[in-house]
Design a protein around this ligand. Structure first.
Ligand code: GDP
Ligand code: IMO
Ligand code: MG
Length: 416
């Protein structure tokens, strides 16, 4: 069967983890295809919170197999901490031998470069994502499969340190010595050997079976895509649906339903243009009601109104069959809610994203607010104005809404 895909439509943190977890019971396999532990996917089940960074959000479903694909940059240190939360992962978690390693020096390079950029900093998560992907593209990276031969990997990394000594010196980064590195890598071999495999073959076998269902879990969001996002204020991977193919070794015909995840408003962590950001009381209130603090870094997220121009763009880029509209409950209690329906650029109204997105002004349409959507599980039980808001979003973004979420809890979800 074809694989269904969950993809972030805004600047990340839309609620992908909640939806993947909610849907996972219907799937046999859940796969991550890109990103690394910059991702923070939160799941709440019966009042218990789980924060996942590298392990796919299918892990709470005992029946689903979880795959970390070749397009991911894997921090062994980070995933080991995550793995400690769960028992019996052997046979339920598989990591691609082709995924690239994101080691501690990548994070040090990331943080040092951000410091040097000063007020031009991207506002990365500081997790080494950019440097790890840069090594991959420069063909000087190291892959997860190499962990199976620590001595060989160790000498290859020591060579890499020597060849890049000037960079480490300029950034004042102390690299480990051979003995320290070998000990670390030996530990990883013991830990990861049961999990490393050719995940592409696994995925092909599942896709070729008539009754096996596969769900692909995007990380970050479309507006953070390396090509199609707000460059250079983006992450370093292909976050759009097309990226899931290279990140797992499947082809575009293997993709079935694409669900774009959007908040009923907008947030962004880190720097870069955000046309519908609200720096006034409404933005503060959205942040407070939505508990908008990063799962990975704890940073306060910038908040603003739903941007229909960006959503329409992202929906087309990803080929969304439907949207999942998240956090509708966060708009409860506003007397008026707004949607950015177009931009103004140099006095002219436009309905697309220009290169100089930082220069546009949002054009809003206002709608009557509502109360009482929190925890609602049936569309007809939503306040009339909230129902109307959903219909307006469908109309302006030209994409139907297939899922509505009204609280962090798994079951507070309306499937239309
Ligand atoms: P992800 O990175 O896309 O998985 O999203 P995050 O987990 O980083 O951020 C989404 C946050 O919103 C998490 O704290 C979720 O628990 C929470 N959340 C998800 N859906 C809803 C919802 O419908 N209502 C509310 N109030 N919170 C939600
Ligand atoms: P999930 O999967 C929100 C942002 C960072 C920064 C930019 C580059 O939880 O939605 P990076 O560390 O990737 O080089 O940072 O991208 N960013 C995210 N923002 N959610 C995420 O992931 C993010 N992953 C990276 O804040 O602006
Ligand atoms: Mg997140």
């Amino acid at each position: 069967m074809k694989a269904d895909l969950i993809v972030g439509i805004q600047w990340g943190d839309e609620g992908k983890g909640k939806i993947v977890d909610r849907l996972a019971c219907e799937y046999d396999m859940v796969c991550r295809s890109q990103g690394g532990h910059n991702a923070g996917h939160t799941i709440w089940v019966d009042g218990v919170k789980y924060a996942l960074h590298l392990i796919p959000s299918g892990v709470l479903n005992p029946k689903a197999i979880n795959v970390v694909g070749n397009g991911v940059v894997l921090s062994p240190e980070s995933i080991i901490k995550e793995m400690a939360q769960f028992e019996g992962l052997e046979g339920r978690l598989f990591i691609s031998d082709k995924a690239h390693l994101n080691l501690s020096y990548h994070a040090m390079i990331d943080q040092a470069r951000e410091r040097l950029k000063g007020d031009k900093a991207i506002g990365t998560t500081g997790k080494g994502i950019g440097p790890a992907y840069a090594d991959k593209i420069n063909r000087i990276g190291h892959r997860v499969g190499e962990l199976l031969n620590p001595a060989k990997l160790c000498s290859s990394i020591m060579n890499y340190f020597e060849q890049n000594r000037d960079i480490f010196d300029i950034l004042e980064i102390k690299t480990p010595n051979k003995e320290e590195l070998l000990e670390e890598l030996e530990g990883y071999r013991v830990k990861f050997a049961p999990f490393i495999t050719d995940t592409t073959q696994m995925l092909w076998r599942a896709l070729d079976e008539e009754n096996k269902r596969v769900l692909l879990e995007g990380a970050q969001g479309t507006m953070l895509d390396i090509d199609h996002g707000t460059y250079p204020y983006v992450t370093s991977s292909s976050t759009v649906s097309a990226g899931a193919c290279t990140g797992l070794g499947i082809n575009s015909k293997d993709i079935g339903k694409v669900t774009g995840i959007v908040k009923a408003y907008c947030t962004r962590v880190g720097n870069g243009p955000f046309p519908s950001e609200d720096l006034g009381e409404d933005g503060k209130r959205l942040g407070k009601q939505g508990h908008e603090f990063g799962t990975t870094t704890g940073r306060a997220r910038r908040c603003g109104w739903f941007d229909a121009v960006a959503c329409r763009y992202a929906s087309r880029l990803n080929g969304c069959d439907e949207l999942a509209l998240m956090k509708l409950d966060v708009l409860d209690g506003f007397s008026e809610v707004k949607i950015c329906v177009a931009y103004e650029l140099d006095g002219v109204e436009i309905d697309y994203l220009p290169q100089n997105l930082e220069d546009v002004k949002p054009i809003y349409k206002s709608f009557k607010g509502w109360s009482g959507s929190a925890g609602v599980r049936k569309f007809e039980d939503l306040p009339k104005e909230a129902q109307e808001y959903v219909r307006v979003i469908e109309e302006i973004t030209k994409t139907k809404v297939g899922i509505i979420s009204t609280s962090p809890e798994r079951e507070d979800t309306i499937i239309l």
